[in-house]
Design a protein around this ligand. Structure first.
Ligand code: NAG
Ligand code: NAG
Ligand code: NAG
Length: 391
């Protein structure tokens, strides 16, 4: 009888505590997600961008636009192999998938296609995040359903939407902080900020044709978040004079991507810029925020350039997936971004000093092409000084 009572009491107490424990665990999990990324002891942080996997059913899904001799042996599994090779070659600290992760129209089971598409990232144990493209919801899952499925993976840092804004358009708007090196004065500061936005699929306004765009609700969230991060970065300890650099990832290019030609971009443009037919102002919002150094998209598989406008690099990754349109003989590719910290006077690691990018081709040697510096801290400071002293 005494045993029975003890058991009952224990069960009741545990049952009463359970919701609190679960809530605490959930909160811990969310906090982990925004604060888990950090620069390592080498002072570098490397991001692999995978654009437009267009994954469908795996082995039975044929490739598009490969050489006739390659057709027979080519499937979604080549997309899988390419990610595995990229992970092995670059050993990135973080992977970001910028939409059209699956080609929903040809995917029999959306959840299964997502599982297969992200499998190499999941099994690598490297933290990763994804945003939606315009094709992800074309199978049996809605855009919300796709994003909820993605957020459910244990290894992903993707989030459904910010918890501090009641109303926001789209699914998969969130930000991640990359902390400074542990044991340095920057260990509690986010020295690199990553923003992820849902650029939508298609216009829902009858009088406007074409693709979707980043809405005002999302830009409002972005502006608030950028301001909050800036404030934290510029206050003690280690108060900084300029905001930490920000990188923005989404699927559909902004209309401003059309402002370049081969004289002022690195890479190629082999097709038009398929942005929305209206300009919702996100580029201006980023310029105003002042922290963003580059925005990375996919969507146009035959464009892989980076061009700089008003201090912000606008970059494509180039098409990655084999069940996505491409150009036979023009290798599938991926973009890598690497941020490097500066050494402090005391020999530790400080703020981000420079951000570089390059691409890798899915050829025999995973050739590296188009290496370029996107941003350096010192040159930004020097340019500002010149302007102040000038006429
Ligand atoms: C796809 O993968 C198969 C099997 O590894 C390989 O033989 C083939 O060359 C690959 N095709 C392309 C276009 O990379
Ligand atoms: C960072 O935060 C931890 C925990 O609050 C604290 O112990 C540590 O001193 C802080 N580091 C710096 C450089 O402020
Ligand atoms: C790039 O160069 C072209 C002229 O070749 C010019 O029209 C365009 O404004 C330039 N774009 C930028 C962003 O500098």
């Amino acid at each position: 009888m005494g045993h029975f009572l003890t058991t009952v009491v224990v069960v009741v107490v545990v049952a009463a505590l359970l919701p609190i424990l679960v809530l605490a665990a959930a909160k811990q999990h969310r906090d982990d997600k925004t604060t888990r990324l950090r620069f390592g002891g080498g002072g570098q942080f490397k991001i692999l961008q995978v654009a437009d996997m267009h994954y469908a059913n795996g082995k039975t899904t044929a490739c598009l636009d490969v050489l006739p001799a390659q057709m027979a042996t080519c499937s979604d599994l080549n997309t899988t192999a390419f990610i595995q090779r990229m992970i092995q070659a670059e050993k990135p600290n973080f992977i970001v998938f910028t939409g059209d992760n699956i080609y929903g129209f040809d995917a029999t089971d959306g959840a299964k296609s997502l599982d297969a598409a992200f499998a190499p990232a999941i099994s690598s144990n490297i933290p990763w995040a994804a945003v939606l493209g315009n094709h992800d919801q074309e199978s049996d899952l809605t855009r919300e359903g796709v994003m909820k499925h993605i957020v459910g993976y244990k290894s992903t840092l993707s989030q459904l939407n910010p918890s501090d804004q009641d109303v926001i358009d789209g699914f998969g708007n969130y930000n991640l902080e990359v902390g400074g090196v542990q044991g340095t004065g920057f260990e509690n500061k986010s020295v690199l900020n990553l923003y992820f936005l849902d650029s939508g699929d298609y216009s829902t306004v009858p009088s406007i044709r074409g693709y979707g765009w980043i809405k005002l609700s999302q830009q409002y969230w972005f502006r608030q978040t950028s301001a909050k991060l800036k404030k934290a970065y510029m206050k003690k300890p280690q108060a900084q004079k300029t905001p930490a650099p920000g990188l923005v990832y989404f699927h559909i290019p902004l209309p401003e991507f059309a402002r370049f030609d081969s004289s002022n971009f690195t890479g190629v443009r082999q097709e038009g810029i398929s942005s929305a037919s209206v300009n919702s102002g996100f580029f201006t919002t980023m310029v105003e925020a002042g922290d963003v150094k580059a925005a990375f998209t996919g969507h146009d598989h035959l464009n892989d350039f980076c061009g700089k406008l008003t201090g912000i690099n606008l970059c494509y990754a180039g098409g990655f997936g084999y069940h996505a349109y491409g150009k036979a003989g023009w290798d599938r590719r991926a973009r890598v971004v690497e941020a490097t910290l500066e050494k402090t006077e005391t020999g530790g690691w400080g703020a981000v000093k420079s951000i570089k990018t390059w691409k890798r081709l899915d050829d025999q040697h995973l050739s590296t092409i188009d290496s370029q510096v996107l941003w350096t801290k010192s040159s930004a400071g020097a340019r500002r000084k010149k302007h102040i002293g000038g006429p």
